[in-house]
Design a protein around this ligand. Sequence first.
Ligand SMILES: C[S@@+](CC[C@H](N)C(=O)[O-])C[C@H]1O[C@@H](n2cnc3c(N)ncnc32)[C@H](O)[C@@H]1O
Length: 237
Amino acid sequence: MSTAAVTWWNESLDHVGLQSMEKLLPPDAGWNDVLTSGRDDLRPALETMGMTTGQDRTVLDIGCGVGRLSQNLVNHFGRVVGIDIAEKLIERARAQNTNPAITFECCDGERLNPQACREFDTVFSYEVLYYIDANTLRQYFRDIASLLKNNGEFVFQMNFNALTWKTRVSYLFRDLLFACGIKTWRGWPTTPGFRRSGFSRDWITRELNNVGLQVERVIDDDPAQSWILARKTPAAT
Ligand SMILES: C[S@@+](CC[C@H](N)C(=O)[O-])C[C@H]1O[C@@H](n2cnc3c(N)ncnc32)[C@H](O)[C@@H]1O
């Protein structure tokens, strides 16, 4: 995990406020708006992907940020563990949280090694995994496979849009703007820590298979808002 990424996410609340969690939030969004947007973003996982829920289930929320989705996941799971690289976001998540069924902790961005719980029924992630480089994501998949119980589900959102030459040029341009002190362009941060990786559906499927996770369901009508449900098969890892 690059230091630039950790720095960016730690500073994101100061630079762009809660909009760093969800671009569609209004600039003056309050906590209730945040929770409502989280509820809307969770809906495809529940309704279209058919993610298994239940009060007897524990879920790991990777890249939980300020807990926008964790606070909604707790309405469907008995226990939620939120994990994130950004200490400042975790502090904010803890400050907003009054529910003892949710705990938040920091991770180093290299391995997933939650301390609050070592076995999960579900691993969940929204708007996180495509900000991670390929080697780290492979390691995360290995860790997820060992943290999941047999038959456990890994449900996550991905952006499958390819990194076109236009995107790459715009990243160079953003680097330049950032060096000149311009922090945002076209509504997005210019900071070098805020860059997405271009993963294809085939690459993700292959890497999940390699760690013993079988893809059961995919929605990719809108490549930027694709969802995957993969299951740990009993023989795996
Ligand atoms: C766009 S925000 C989404 C936050 C939250 N999932 C939501 O939807 O409100 C991306 C989050 O991913 C976190 N993140 C980035 N790289 C990460 C990594 N390698 N491991 C864990 N979290 C990471 C960032 O700190 C940030 O909180």
